[in-house]
Structures are given as C-alpha cells and as structure tokens.
Design a protein around this ligand. Structure first.
Ligand code: LCS
Length: 393
C-alpha cells in the first residue's frame, strides 16, 4: 500500500503491509531461514540483483521488510534496516561509516554502551572518538578534525534530557562533509523527524516506544537516501545483526498504536513533571516540556511534543534517590523505557555504569540522577505512588 501522502496515524497502521496469497489482514510471521528459488537462473538472479526475490532471512525477510518499510515511511526516509537490538543498530552504523584513522564526534551523555563500544572496542581498530556537549554548537565545531567522518547525536539525550539542535548540526555536517546520525529513540518519529531537519541517518532502539510493550529487544536504521542505505544494509548483513521475523511481527503490532501511546505517555509526563517540580523533597528536575528546561524553546521548535522521559534529583542525593526507588509500588524499578508501564532507574549505577566516573560527571550524569519513564497508567495512580514513596524518603 502506498502510504507516502497519508497521515501519521494511517501510516503507522498500514505502511509496509502487503497482500499475501491468503488475504491475511495482518503481515504474517514468515518463520523461515531460507527461500526456495524457482530455478537455478532465478537463484543466480536473486544474488546478482537482477531479480529482487527473497534469498535468506539474514539478508531480508517479508515480515522484517514490512517493518522496515513502515518505520521508513514514518521517518520520511528512503528505506529501513531492522536489527536485532538498538545496540546492533549502533554497531552497524559505526562499522559502516568509520574506518581506521577516522574520527567521530558524539553527544557526551549518549546511552552508555553506545559510548563504551567506541572507547573500548572500535578504539582497538584505530577509530578515534570525542564526546562533547552537542547542545553547545561551538563544542562541536572546535572538535572537528581533518579525519572527522561522523557527527552522532542523541536528542533528548539519555539520561540528562539535553536537547541538541538537529537543523544546526545538519548545517555543520554539510559544511564539513560529515554524516549526521541521530538517535531518535527518546522522541520517536511521532514527535521528531530528524531526516526532515537535515540528518542523513536516523535510528531507534525499537525496544522502547516503537514496540512499546517491554516484550522484545530490537533496532532499526533509516536513511535519507539510497547510497547510505546500501552501505548500512551491507554492514548489518555481513555482521549478522538482523532482526528475527517473530521480533519484527511483534514490533509491527506495537507500532500500530505508537501515536496513541506516546500521546498518553506525554500527557501524563507533564503532570508528573509539574508535581515533582513543586515537591519540597525534589532538588532539581529536567524535562523538556518545563519552562525551566534550558532548551525549552529549542524543544518546542524541533519536537511536536516533549515525550515522557524525566530526570530528577531528590534532596539528600544518592541515598534519598535509592529510598525513593525502593519504595515505589506502581512504578517498576527496571532499566529500559518507553513502554506502557512506568519505570524508574538509577543511570549512574545501572545503564551508564560502564562510563568512567569522570566522564559521567562531565556528561552531567550525577550520582543523584533518577530517571523516570512515564507510562500510560492513570495519572492519579502514578502521582499517588510517587507521593507515598517520597513520604518515606
Ligand atoms: N539508544 C538509546 C537512546 C537507548 O536508550 C538504548 C537502550 C539504546 C540505544 C540501545 O538499545 P537496545 O540495544 O537496548 O535495544 N537504552 C536502555 C536504557 O536506557 N535502559 O536499558 C536500555
């Protein structure tokens, strides 16, 4: 179905779907590792590209292709590449776009392992990386070197909730011949479309909002045009980072309600943010939808909503934050984010534990930072839970 000119809600339900021989109303799970050729010539044609038939599930599979086309449509991109996890999307991107002697500039407070794999692993192959506060464009510009190939940003960033100006980064990237990659996991294409703002590549941990039900891990990469798509698909296929058909089916089911969930997530989030902002036991709070957020105006310009991730510190620091996390009942004390359920976690000792103490502080990941992913439950219940837990602090 051609959904290019249809609205977002229509696209999320229908984009990428196709008719099969039985008239299935949803895209079935093509649980097969390999596909039968009609003849030896057909097999050879599939491999040479003369025919576009399916060959082998690591390379492509109908269920996975339906998901890839769906999210590519939602992001206004050329095409998509689904991966086994968000991290395999990250490593496929690094593998495709970097080489020995090249340099990448990245947001300092990116998801911990996206930083760790550059520092600990890609460094062994001669790749250099600088981690800067990408919210400050001057820091990006002064970090550019003759060998810089990629500008990689996460906005809002995990877990500091800092916003980077995507359009300005696209201009910098164009001027210096860099590829601009945006991790759009926190916003989803419903709230932010990096490719429309000038990015070359956008990706997601679909584990989060896109699937939305905390029951699978996965990733997806979308490019603006064909040549980067080919490079990235090659990288995914050769590293074996493919998604599985069953995973793709689950994500296809999840994405159909993306906008409905995100609307409710963020309707609750602003109420939680205002509650915390006014609570006497809260030291500080960072949510892009609050006027107190340093980039509130930029967030309004480049996002269609502020999402549902909140970071805050409890008065009394780490110990007080621990007491809060140990006393919530409705919110689940667990990593991950972007699901229908409310989650709470402590980045310094959990998701970002692999980042050195010094680098954590430079990136703004303080010991007292508590991260809250607001779910779609009744707002009264979420706030009652926080109220009773804060009373015990
Ligand atoms: N990008 C962002 C912004 C993320 O938050 C994560 C995971 C990834 C990439 C990697 O995706 P994955 O391989 O897990 O699908 N973030 C997590 C978090 O904050 N808690 O647990 C995982």
């Amino acid at each position: 179905m051609n959904t290019k000119d249809l609205g977002f809600n229509t696209k999320q339900v229908h984009a990428g779907s196709f008719e099969d021989q039985f008239g299935s109303a949803t895209v079935p799970i093509y649980q097969t590792s390999t596909f039968k050729f009609k003849s030896a010539q057909h097999g050879a044609d599939c491999f040479s590209g003369a025919s576009d038939g399916y060959i082998y599930t690591r390379i492509a599979n109908p269920t996975i292709r339906a998901l890839e086309r769906n999210i590519a449509d939602l992001e206004n991109g050329y095409d998509g590449i689904a991966t086994s996890s968000g991290m395999s999307a990250v490593t496929s991107i690094y593998f495709a776009l970097l080489e020995a002697g090249s340099h990448i500039i990245s947001t300092a407070s990116v998801y911990g392992p996206a930083r760790g794999v550059l520092e600990q692993d890609f460094s062994r192959f001669g790749v250099e990386a600088s981690f800067v506060n990408t919210s400050n464009l001057k820091e990006i510009i002064t970090s550019i070197k003759p060998n810089t190939k990629v500008l990689y940003i996460e906005t809002p960033s995990n877990p500091t909730m800092e916003i980077t100006d995507i359009r300005a980064c696209a201009e910098i990237a164009k001027e210096h011949n860099l590829i601009l990659v945006v991790d759009n996991t926190f916003s989803t294409p419903f709230l932010q479309k990096p490719l429309d703002l000038g990015a070359d590549v956008v990706f997601h941990s679909v584990t989060k909002f896109i699937n939305g039900h905390a029951d699978i891990v996965g990733g997806i990469i979308i490019t603006k045009e064909a040549s980067l798509y080919k490079k990235l698909r090659h990288s995914m296929v050769y590293m074996g980072c493919n998604m599985d058909p069953h995973q793709a089916y689950m994500v296809l089911r999840g994405v159909k309600t993306l906008s409905l969930r995100v609307e409710r997530n963020q309707e609750n989030a602003i109420k939680v943010a205002r509650f915390l902002e006014n609570h006497p036991k809260i030291e500080w709070i960072k949510y892009p939808g609050l006027e107190s957020h340093p980039q509130f105006e930029l967030a309004q310009q480049q996002m269609n909503g502020f999402g549902s991730m909140i970071s805050f510190g409890v008065k009394g620091g780490l110990e007080a934050g621990r007491q809060l996390m140990d006393n919530v009942h409705l919110a689940t004390l667990a990593v991950s984010l972007g699901g229908v359920e409310t989650l709470i976690q402590h980045p310094a000792s959990m998701t970002h534990a692999g980042v050195s103490k010094d680098d954590k502080l430079k990136a703004g990941i303080t010991d007292d930072l508590v991260r809250f992913s607001v779910g779609i439950e009744d707002i009264k219940d979420i706030i009652d839970d926080l109220t009773q837990a804060l009373e015990k602090v």
